[in-house]
Design a protein around this ligand. Structure first.
Ligand code: SF4
Ligand code: SF4
Ligand code: SF4
Length: 246
């Protein structure tokens, strides 16, 4: 029997699921190796019998905690996809404010109809088996991870900083252009795509294991950023990784 796969969305923009749908060339091959049984964004059918659950989005409501626990009980493997699910991502920015204020800001007079809790990554709620980082995820990486999971292997997880791939890409470091960048502490695997495209790394793939954040703060300060700017830079994607939601 083919492994049964489900894709679930929580608090997010669902852009990472869109990236899976964008794997147009690989989808026919994937469908031969697995059966997709539940995916709200892509199909009408729903089944609660699945082996692998991909989770898009962070947990930011009480009801999502129970839903995640149910998914964990049913799935043999749970794999968060994207910054929202893996590290909380931009959702965690709201954790800096009282939840009542957040609700009022978003829903105005209708705030009492809604509930919210500090956002957190999926791994803060249930055990996960692997994760695919990025905002959004990289298509090739998703396909590779699925192939490795189907083969029964633990997928390779890049743990080099983005800088290593930036050098391979032949980019001039943005610090030499008077800009700043989180590449030295950010998990690679994206081929430094933002720098190559003329921007900077904002840290969407999360921090590498044991990042030297003190050294990164120092070089950001030397480049002219204020303490507030540095905190803001780290916070965009990585506020929850710093444990700020606790
Ligand atoms: S990680 Fe980025 S692209 Fe993916 S769901 Fe979250 S906000 Fe959207
Ligand atoms: S531009 Fe950023 S990612 Fe590239 S080498 Fe410089 S600091 Fe590292
Ligand atoms: S360069 Fe940085 S911000 Fe851009 S995709 Fe890679 S990790 Fe994300």
């Amino acid at each position: 029997m083919k492994p049964r796969v489900a894709v679930f969305d929580f608090t997010c923009c669902e852009g990472c699921e869109l990236q899976i749908l964008n794997c147009e060339e690989e989808i026919p091959q994937l469908i031969e190796a697995l059966e997709i049984v539940n995916w709200r964004e892509a199909m009408t059918e729903r089944s609660d019998e699945y082996d692998i659950a991909f989770i898009d989005g962070a947990c930011s409501r009480e009801a999502e905690i129970d839903r995640l626990k149910t998914i964990r009980e049913r799935a043999r493997m749970v794999v968060p996809i994207g910054a929202c699910a893996c590290i909380g991502g931009v959702n965690c920015l709201k954790n800096q404010y009282p939840m009542e204020q957040v609700l009022k800001e978003v829903y105005g007079d209708a705030a009492t109809y809604y509930d919210t809790i500090p956002a957190r990554p999926i791994s803060a709620v249930i055990p996960v088996d692997y994760f695919i980082p990025g905002c959004p995820i990289v298509k090739d990486e998703f396909v590779r991870v699925v192939q490795e999971l189907l083969a029964g292997r633990v997928p390779y997880q890049p743990n080099n900083p983005v800088c290593a791939e930036c050098k391979i890409a032949g980019n001039v470091c943005v610090f030499d252009k008077g800009l700043t960048c989180l590449g030295p502490v950010t998990r690679g695997g994206c081929k430094a795509t933002c720098v190559t495209a003329g921007a900077v790394c904002w840290g969407c793939r999360g921090l590498i294991d044991e990042p030297n954040t003190n050294a990164e703060r120092d070089i950001l300060q030397q480049a002219g950023l204020s303490v507030d700017d540095i905190v803001s830079r780290f916070s965009l994607f990585n506020l929850c990784q710093e444990g700020a939601w606790q």
